[in-house]
Design a protein. Sequence first.
Length: 95
Amino acid sequence: FLDYRDIVCVEKRRKKKAFSLILDASNSMQMEKIVLATLAIGVFAYRFWNDHYSVITFKDHAQSLKSIKDGSDMEKLIDKMLNLQPGGLTNIEEA
């Protein structure tokens, strides 16, 4: 006969991951390119809403749009992306 000690239950828990997404915001990202980057950020934020991630843009200098410590406020992040003013040179070393 089965005893409760014969039954084993395994609970799988997904481990949280940490990501940094670095995006070009230089002059080459004018018009539809920045809109496509914003859509990509939205998909990324939706997919990884329960993980830790940061979003950094770079042109002449780097700018953090979302710290890894911030919560997942997708609407706020997308607003920041849509308000970006592409320009300047591509200085990825700053990121």
